[in-house]
Design a protein around this ligand. Structure first.
Ligand code: PMP
Length: 366
């Protein structure tokens, strides 16, 4: 029995959590054109919706904790084995599991900055230390600087390829050179959430990075992919990791039981069955991305070449004003304070609405 006079009167929470920021998702409201979260604009295919509806009748039962059917379908897709595949509640959950699987408190997680907002958060929640390595002047990964940031506390390196929010990509040869230089006890996570939007145009086809192929013979490489973007299932939360069986097996120890739900698993299977149709949709996104980028460049904006389903506009101090005026015009983009905005490529009409604002005198004179 504790002495109530000396014990605190409020719940004792982890003190370090008070300094960890909360993940802030892109905002929206009914009627707004939301180009803030890198989702796909078209709804899921009818075949996927009916598979979800059918599976809904079985949600009185728990999902398959091992997601075996999805992992088998992915193993067939990548000509590999199920032992090399883990499924998670979105790839963001796998980011957290990978940090929990590799880092003890005080260990370091290296990543480029800016990059995906969740990397520092999942590191901090695990008690690890985020190490941010600035992007180069062209908004690309500075792989040499990332190598130089490695210490004897480094346990994990995230390489987001293409990078969120800048859309810039690391080519295959640069990536392989980097991986050759990373000590084999450090896990490198190639986060390929947007890989389906890679196109060789403006990019040497021989140099197309494919993490799954690159990681096949490297035990310290894990590739992350998701059904949230090109596969259009952001609302259901399912992503996957491909890599060495030893790392994959350890991910199940830090998996929240049943967190990848049965509707998500069913939808992922139905989407893999329709992947040709879904991947064909990415062609329009890529064509629109080039159209939007060209229009922005002609208007004098700085927009790096992008291999993702979004563009980055470097705006410096005008960032907040640009995003606010854009929202007032009914289009929501994602501002990154004093740096720039990330604009998701939507349907042609949505992109036109964004360009009508971005090319207006009010925006270009900000
Ligand atoms: N990685 C990157 C680079 C992302 O941009 C995102 C989503 N914004 C994710 C991972 C997470 O995606 P999800 O959890 O929906 O699979």
């Amino acid at each position: 029995v504790t002495d109530s006079a000396s014990s605190p009167s409020t719940v004792q929470l982890r003190p370090d959590l008070t300094t960890i920021p909360v993940y802030v998702p892109g905002k929206s409201w009914p009627g707004a054109i939301k180009l803030a979260s890198n989702e796909t604009s078209p709804p899921p295919l009818p075949s996927v919706v009916s598979a979800i509806a059918e599976a809904a009748a079985g949600v009185n039962r728990y999902p398959d904790n091992g997601a075996v059917a999805v992992r088998e379908a992915l193993a067939a897709k990548f000509a590999t084995t199920v032992e090399r595949i883990a499924v998670g509640c979105g790839s963001v959950s796998l980011c957290q599991q990978l940090v929990l699987a590799t880092c003890s408190p005080g260990d370091e997680v290296v990543f480029a900055w800016r990059s995906f907002e969740a990397y520092p958060l999942v590191a901090l929640v695990a008690g690890a230390t985020p190490v941010r390595v600035p992007l180069d002047n062209e908004h690309r990964h500075d792989l040499d600087a990332m190598l130089a940031a490695i210490t004897d506390r480094t346990r994990l390196i995230f390489v987001c390829n293409p990078n969120n929010p800048t859309g810039t990509a690391v080519g295959r040869s640069a990536l392989e050179k980097f991986l050759d230089a990373v000590p084999p006890h450090i896990l490198v996570v190639l986060d390929e959430a947007y890989v389906e939007y890679f196109r060789p145009d403006g990019f040497d086809p021989e140099d197309m990075p494919d993490g799954v192929a690159i990681g096949r013979d490297r035990d310290n490489v894990i590739v992350l992919r998701t059904f949230s973007k090109a596969y259009g299932l952001a609302g259901l939360r399912i992503g996957y990791a491909v890599g060495s069986p030893q790392v994959i097996a350890t991910l199940s120890k830090v998996y929240i039981p049943f967190s990848c739900n049965s509707l998500a698993q069913t939808a992922a299977l139905a989407s893999l069955a329709a992947q040709d149709e879904l991947l064909a949709r990415t062609n329009q996104v890529v064509a629109e991305r080039e159209r939007v980028r060209e229009a922005l460049l002609s208007a004098g904006y700085t927009v790096p070449e992008t291999q993702a389903n979004f563009v980055w506009i470097n705006l410096g101090d005008s960032t907040e004003k640009f995003a606010q005026h854009c929202a007032a015009a009914g289009v929501l983009v994602r501002p990154f304070s004093s740096e720039g905005v990330r604009v998701t490529i939507g349907d042609p009409d949505e992109n036109d609405a964004f360009l009508a604002f971005a090319l207006s005198e009010g925006a270009t004179s900000l």
